[in-house]
Design a protein. Structure first.
Length: 284
């Protein structure tokens, strides 16, 4: 009596343990060959939070904790510690705003990382950055933009954005051109127009197999959770999505902003295919 019950309990525990181990093995086996880490290097204000949310819905993947004791990512760099502490027995998504530099490429090479490079039309990026700074009390230009008129604040914002972010895009595009199989290029405009198609392209690049139905379900789930309201998103710390409209710059630029943009960035817009020539204006 007193012996049989423990034996029976042990037998049940043994069977459950075997079943759990089998399920664990099958779960792990499903993801064999999938990259341990998918790294997104995204232009700030280009939709990287949206992209990361899509990627985190891939079965088996989860957000990566960014261990950065030297705070190198605050300057849009990466260092060994960021990747050294990623567990090797799981699958993770990490997004940062890393710019290109030989040193950053050395880190990516060391850890055999083939990143996603994401950007958008710099005109819309500038507008998104302006409204982020205008609504986020922690932003370094919050006080300034809430003091200046919109036109003057936008002018200052254009100078800041084009000084740094134009080279951010062009330097990465140069790397993509020289090593097309090393990177996956994503534009915000593609994500906005066809989230499912964009996600399918990313999955194909990394050799991750999901059905069309699964891809569509992920896109719909994330879309249902995405809210384009910057004040609410900032309060909830859930991102900085404001409107997400492609071409919204036409609602906020002045003719002077257009002229300034053409002088500094006009050829870039032609080179990347956002414009055919320099004849674009506030009118569609």
């Amino acid at each position: 009596m007193f012996i049989k019950k423990p034996l029976k309990s042990f037998s049940l525990f043994y069977r459950l343990s075997i079943l759990q181990l089998r399920n664990l093995f099958l779960s792990k086996a499903t993801y064999i060959g999938y990259p341990n880490l998918i790294f997104i290097a995204g232009l700030p204000k280009s939709g990287t939070t949206w992209l990361a949310q899509l990627m985190q819905e891939i079965p088996g993947y989860q957000p990566a904790y960014v261990y950065d004791p030297d705070d190198c990512s605050s300057l849009h760099n990466i260092c060994n510690d960021i990747f050294s502490y990623i567990p090797k027995n799981g699958h993770y998504i990490m997004k940062l705003h890393t710019h290109y530099s030989p040193e950053n490429m050395q880190v990516l090479d060391k850890f055999n990382i083939n990143p996603i490079i994401m950007y958008r039309d710099l005109r819309d990026q500038c507008v998104s950055r302006y409204f982020h700074a205008l609504n986020d009390p922690t932003h370094r230009h919050y006080a300034l933009y809430n003091t200046l008129s919109k036109e003057k604040g936008m002018s200052h914002n254009l100078e800041i954005s084009l000084e740094y972010y134009l080279s951010w895009i062009e330097n990465w595009l140069s790397q993509i051109k020289s090593q097309p199989n090393r990177f996956y290029e994503v534009r915000y405009e593609t994500l906005r127009a066809d989230p499912s198609g964009m996600l399918a392209g990313v999955l194909n690049f990394y050799g991750i197999q999901l059905s069309n139905e699964q891809v569509e379900q992920i896109a719909q789930k994330v879309a249902s959770q995405t809210k384009f309201d910057i004040k609410e998103n900032l309060n909830k710390k859930s991102g900085t999505a404001r409107k997400g409209i492609v071409g919204d710059w036409r609602n906020h630029f002045s003719k002077e902003h257009v002229q300034y943009f053409k002088e500094i960035c006009g050829q870039h817009l032609i080179d990347v295919g956002y414009e055919k020539d320099l004849n674009w204006s506030l009118e569609k």
